[in-house]
Design a protein around this ligand. Structure first.
Ligand SMILES: *Cc1c(COP(=O)(O)O)cnc(C)c1O
Length: 370
């Protein structure tokens, strides 16, 4: 064969393939490992969602509803949005991809922060677009810096708010002043994958910005069922946006992008809001307990509005990650993200949190970090 490989495709660094937990356990000779590395929900989905998914399996010989009518309707009702302001994706990742497909051509620019969610840049590379990447400033999006680099070629700005991995959040006045100073031609995408964990009164009223876009840039908000709803494996996310933008995204999506069990499961999860609220409550309690314990160990926990937070462990994070892995506790080292002494930890169940604290204590003393 003779491949003519486009340079912008060849240059993409493939997503590092994680090993299945089972393989990792075999390799390290451990059992009962706990994974606090991917910001997943440790309590799992609503039992009603699981039952609805099971029921849906009888219908797998049929294509799903291409408009995801009932799920879109329920989401719109829950959020106070119009059905034509909601676009569903195979995870919110897919909505990111739709936005880039619809708006970014070769040579167009997209602004993102680092560290932040890596998928924004990936999709831009696929389209032959140009990534302009600004480092976080004091672990927050450098909004002033973004205003300096924005140009007429800038099509999209992606800001995860709260930010992953730092857990920091901006709201209110900061947001409004930023939005008002951006050129009207850009689309500001707020990735709100973790906004469920933020106190309601602190959240940005995205719907009002989506609807009142005269004289200011369009705002798109991304949300997901992967975190607070505990359905990461199902792959359902959505975007809230002006109906004009939604209409464009529907043009670039596949007709059946939300599969049948996913539509059924997400719909049932939405009708079990008490399970969702319980997850939020338990997450907050777990985060407070964990950061308190971490502090007592003499490590520095960073404040977070999410289900994860950073910890300054007082020594090389990757060595600590490795030591903890040998005890079956999987965390994320932030060394590759530019924070050599930091790990990121996701709130687990009470038992998992306790095991994490024990492993952190033992490993730090073994490595002489105390
Ligand atoms: C987890 C996460 C998402 C969710 O992606 P899905 O495709 O909906 O699972 C989106 N953005 C950020 C920043 C995340 O950390």
């Amino acid at each position: 064969m003779k491949l003519n490989i486009p340079e912008h495709i060849e240059n993409i660094v493939p997503y590092p393939p994680g090993k299945p937990l089972e393989e990792l356990e075999r390799e390290y000779g451990i059992t009962d490992s706990i994974k606090l590395a991917s910001n997943e929900n440790p309590w799992g989905p609503s039992p009603e969602a699981v039952a609805a998914i099971q029921d849906s399996l009888q219908g797998l010989h049929r294509y799903p509803d291409g408009s995801s009518f009932y799920l879109t309707e329920a989401l719109a009702r829950w959020l106070g949005a119009g059905m034509d302001e909601v676009v569903l994706g195979n995870g919110s990742n897919e909505v990111i991809e739709f936005l880039v497909k619809a708006f970014v051509n070769t040579g167009d620019e997209v602004i993102t922060s680092h560290p932040s969610f890596l998928m924004y840049q990936k999709f831009v590379q696929v389209r032959g677009g140009k990534n302009t990447v600004l480092p976080l400033k004091d672990m927050e999006h450098d909004l002033e810096g973004i205003l300096e680099v924005v140009s007429e070629k800038t099509k999209l700005i992606f800001l995860d708010n709260p930010n992953n991995p730092c857990g920091t959040f901006f709201s209110g006045e900061k947001f409004i002043s930023f939005l008002n100073r951006l050129p009207e031609t850009v689309i500001l995408v707020l990735d709100e994958a973790y906004v469920d964990f933020v106190e309601p009164e602190k959240r940005i009223d995205v719907l009002s910005y989506i609807r009142h876009s005269e004289g200011v840039p369009a705002v798109v908000a991304l949300r997901t069922f992967s975190k607070a709803f505990g359905l990461a494996g199902l792959r359902v996310g959505f975007g809230l946006m002006h109906r004009k933008i939604a209409g464009l995204l529907h043009r670039v999506r596949q007709p059946f992008n939300i599969n049948l069990p996913a539509q059924a499961g997400a719909l049932a999860a939405l009708s079990d809001i008490s399970h969702y609220n319980q997850n939020l409550r338990k997450t907050k309690a777990g985060r407070m307990w964990l950061s308190d314990q971490v502090e007592q160990l003499g490590c520095r926990p960073y404040p977070s509005s999410t289900n994860f937070f950073l910890i300054d462990v007082g020594g090389d994070a990757t060595r600590l990650y490795d030591a903890m892995l040998h005890k079956g506790v999987i965390v994320r080292s932030m060394k590759a993200y530019g924070y050599p002494n930091f790990i990121r930890i996701t709130v687990g169940t009470e038992a998992e949190n306790a095991r994490f604290i024990k492993a952190l204590t033992d490993c730090r003393s073994e490595l002489g970090y105390v």
